[in-house]
Write a protein that binds this ligand. Structure first.
Ligand code: NIG
Ligand code: FE
Length: 414
């Protein structure tokens, strides 16, 4: 067994509910805490001294203890989960960003040959090796910010060959990083310009030609779709998602980004998460909040596009399971800094520190069906992050500029 500590504060996030509002005095904060690890899992969290003086451990256990002593003042909390990213892509869309700031909208740029389609062309063109290198660089950026679990979508391939190429690259990346990667098939990002047929034909093509291969090669267990005026319509999307579900995939939806209605649809058909929700109307907020579907706010997309934020405060008031993710992608959300984005969302949506921390840990993990990360509790994975500071409030207060000190995955320092 290994004991790590002492930490000035250990914020366990233990015993917090999955849904609804949280106040900061619900946080369990152990002063001068230690974390006991056995077989890569958390065994106990408690006062560091109590592990040594016989309160927490038997004499035999104490004599067999490896101690990893923390020498500087640090605090410790569960490492973060980014439950929505598009970090595998070729090229760059700085020109889209500049055009938006000069007055064009995201949708106008898409119509003029920029947007998602231009990332598809770049991603198709680049070699597996190049794309893998870029992906690993972005994964390292996230690891360096305390994020140890990362969802990654395909969606810049948009045909059998290139969607599989993307998902295989993610699978290969998993063999080269300590981060946990959760792949999602987003072949339904957009009907590609070179597809011969209408939206329904393309969605059927995904169901017949792409998803069976994804299953066969075990490339992803999740399927996503972009429901929006310029992408896929609600009715055709519903049919597609129900069929994907029948094939055994979990489903998640890009919903209500500019137009409302699809968030409610996602909740109705039992999606694991409905992501974006910037345009969700009040009635639907209530409906989604009462469902099992996680509502995922993507403040990075609001910041990248200059659009309004997801109504995270209202969602929590109504009892939602609120996650916060970066949506890191070359178009709408190029920043990739989840802590900065979550801190900014907190100031605009009046979220407590507990609500933000829950949103980027166990609530985000729940959206990915991972129920053994995101809290420092017995039998959870020993995945945690430390910061060189004396108080956990400084993490959000510094809006991302307080950098993490160390990241532990499965009890090992990365
Ligand atoms: O979540 N909304 C659609 N998809 C992405 C953007 C992808 C892109 O612009 O390349 C999003 O914002
Ligand atoms: Fe997205």
């Amino acid at each position: 067994m290994k004991l790590i500590g002492p930490f000035k504060q250990v914020i366990t996030l233990a015993n917090l509910p999955l849904r609804g509002k949280l106040s900061d005095n619900q946080l369990e904060i152990i002063e001068n805490g230690g974390i006991l690890i056995e077989n890569n899992l958390i065994k106990k969290v408690g006062k560091f001294d109590d592990f040594l003086n016989g309160v927490m451990l038997s004499e035999a256990e104490a004599s067999d203890l490896e101690i990893e002593k923390i020498k500087t003042e640090q605090i410790c909390l569960p490492s973060f989960v980014d439950s929505h990213t598009h970090i595998l892509f070729g090229g760059n869309r700085a020109n889209d960003f500049a055009m938006r700031n000069a007055g064009k909208t995201y949708l106008e740029i898409a119509e003029q040959g920029g947007g998602i389609w231009s990332s598809v062309l770049h991603t198709r063109k680049e070699s597996k090796k190049e794309l893998l290198e870029k992906l690993l660089e972005r994964i390292n950026f996230l690891l360096n910010n305390g994020i140890s679990t990362i969802e990654i979508k395909s969606g810049y391939g948009l045909n059998v060959k290139n969607e599989l190429k993307m998902l295989r690259i993610i699978k290969e990346a998993q063999t080269k990083t300590p981060a946990t990667l959760i792949p999602t098939c987003l072949a339904a990002h957009l009907k590609p310009k070179d597809f011969n047929g209408n939206n329904e034909d393309y969605l059927n093509y995904i169901l017949k030609e792409i998803l069976p291969k994804v299953k066969e090669e075990n490339l992803a267990k999740r399927v996503d779709i972009f429901i929006e005026k310029t992408a896929f319509q609600p009715e055709e999307s519903k049919n597609f998602l129900l069929k994907a579900k029948e094939m055994g995939f979990e489903i998640t939806v890009h919903a209500d980004q500019f137009t409302s209605g699809s968030g409610r649809l996602a909740a109705e058909i039992g999606a694991k998460s409905a992501d974006h929700l910037e345009a969700t109307i009040d009635e639907d907020i209530d409906f989604i909040a009462k469902s099992e579907t996680v509502a995922t706010a993507l403040p990075g997309a609001s910041l990248g596009l200059g659009e309004k934020f997801t109504p995270a405060g209202k969602l929590l008031n109504a009892g939602a399971i609120l996650a916060i993710a970066s949506d890191w992608n070359p178009g709408s959300a190029p920043m990739g800094n989840l802590i900065t984005q979550a801190s900014i969302l907190a100031t605009y949506e009046k979220l407590t520190t507990a609500e933000v921390l829950a949103g980027i840990t166990f609530r985000a993990a729940h959206a990915l069906s991972l129920n053994d990360i995101g809290k420092l509790e017995e039998n959870f994975k020993a995945n945690f992050v430390t910061f060189r500071t004396d108080n956990f409030q400084n993490i959000l207060y510094n809006q991302g500029s307080l950098k993490m000190e160390n990241l532990y995955i499965n009890g090992n320092k990365i």
